[in-house]
Write a protein that binds this ligand. Sequence first.
Ligand code: IVH
Length: 675
Amino acid sequence: MSDKTIDESKIKQEYEKLKNQLKLWSRQYYYEDQPSVEDSVYDQNYRSLQDLEYKYPNLITSDSPTQNVGSRTLPGFDKVRHDVPMLSLGDVFSKEELSNFMDNLNNNYPSISEYNCELKIDGLAISLLYKNGNLVQGSTRGNGFMGEDITENLKTIKSIPHKLNRSIDIEVRGECYMPKASFVNLNKRREHDGKSTFANPRNAAAGSLRQLDSSVTASRNLSTFMYNVADYNDLKTNTQSGLLNELNNLGFKINPTYEVVKNMSDVDHYIDKYTDERDELSYGIDGIVIKENNLSLQKDIGNTVKVPKWAIAFKFPPEEVETKLNDIEWTVGRTGVVTPTAIMDTVKLAGTTVSKASLHNPDYLNEKAIRIGDTVKLHKAGDIIPEISEYIASKRPSNSKPYEIPNKCPSCGDKLVHLDDEVALRCINPKCPAQLTEQINHFASRNAMNIDGLGPKIVQQLFDKGLLNDTASLYNLNREELETLDKFGTKSATNLLTAIDNSRTNSMERLLFGLGIRHVGSKAAKLISEHFKNMDSLMSSNIDDISSIDSIGNTIAQSIVTYFNNSEARKLIDEFKSLGINMNYNGNDIEPNVLQNSIFNNKTIVLTGKLSRMSRPKASEWLENHGAKVTGSVSKSTDILIAGADAGSKLSKAEKYDVSIWNEDQFIDEMNNNE
Ligand code: IVH
């Protein structure tokens, strides 16, 4: 064989390897919603593949990721052809590359005078088809030419109008995303249920949209920002910024942060502004999109098969820090799930101080293959949750050993098991002290029985002294017993006894939630209590009765029936009855999860300017009902200024004091997230 042939076969081998690696990552990302590498690693390798293909174009095969827009269709959904393809975006990773892109475009099209800067929302592209102003079809992008019909799922998303403000035919495109807060809650719930967690909000959104049961999508609190139309002739506008405005007038939610700019220096400012403000946004972004603003010029400039030539995405560099892993702590939750947490040297990361990161479950921990003493790279998954990306092999101490997954419960020492095909390790000892104390903590928590003053430390002490052994035993505590606790005088004992006593009259939903039945959150507990009115009728109901309630699915219904079929559970309810605990629904007096879920709780907020969608008194009332203190003037202790149109001096004062400033859209977004 000649040297040339050897070289060629080596390059071909390298090409195939890279291509297959990218295809695998792409499948994990799009198809399984479980990426195995960071976006930046994918991007780097993708670029290497592009370079190779540029040098050796004869290598290119039609299955190369560079030849497909990305993603693919899934079984279980009807296919939808996109007559106007749904394009992706070309991307750049530095301001220099971006400046070159813009220079090039300006040189080729000297008449360009404006660009529209937008945030690159970290979600997934969707298309909505309206006939006569009515939503008739919603789809995913799929491979850009063919997507999946997910109309029913999209209809459950509050920000998607079923009927437009005008009776027109139009196909609108944009991004569907999961707000950060919903992502955190969803993962918490999944971890607690022993399920695998989503790597970031985008995967969580994708997983939530590709549900065959649209009630699951409905429960995931997704939202949208629309930013494009298949044919702009359907709208009365000639600019991208005007198009956003028109979409808003039609009833779509658009991202309000867009800015029309003139040149690279303006784009530079926009990038810097949102690099700084990124952490404060209620949704994840992974870059900035710069679009030529004139729509007819966009048409002249045209597209490649995959991407528009009139727009580009500037991708944020991943924020990553190094730190040392000192320990792995295992904690037992109230359902017995045993979760590992990495304990690390404290570091600053994307605006917060971090020393812990969840390692989720043994599979995850094994995959990471980290050892105590390793130096690890830490980033924030989906902009929010600290996560270890990998260990640094060159910094591994020579004497470190592989980490062994425990097989005994760190609390009671019982053998740990995997139930069914759960990834989580569980302790199934019903008398496990950690589980019991966690159950009591949950029972006393704010959304449940709301027993003021009964925190985890006190529960632990009471438990260690043998004064508490289950939730019901709380109601048998007496003053003398409480006075034996650390730093507990007569006053604290009286206060705690009063709080425990007061909880007897709580409405039924608090007790139902406090029982800690799998899948039964505070919202579900409220709906169920509202429907059944008392515990006895719930206990004698069947799965069909429970799942007939709007928004309550089979999983919850099944879980409740299984719970009450257990004689221990029935005994516990009898015990509660004999202790005088209220078993009835008291009516609409308390909103169980309002405060705990509210990001406004304990925040000092000032409203200024004109709000277009509600009056200021209404906004104040809503904020106060969600735990905020609404004041009239901005000071150092103000947390947030909500500024409507024509805001005056309060705005400049807020800037001076570095107070977070929100516009009305951000406020409405957060209101929706809180509901
Ligand atoms: S414009 C022809 N604008 O980023 C129009 N895309 O990486 C092409 N994306 O497929 C899309 N925010 O899913 C556009 N403000 C924005 C965007 C945005 C997020 C997504 C979109 C696109 C992907 C490309």
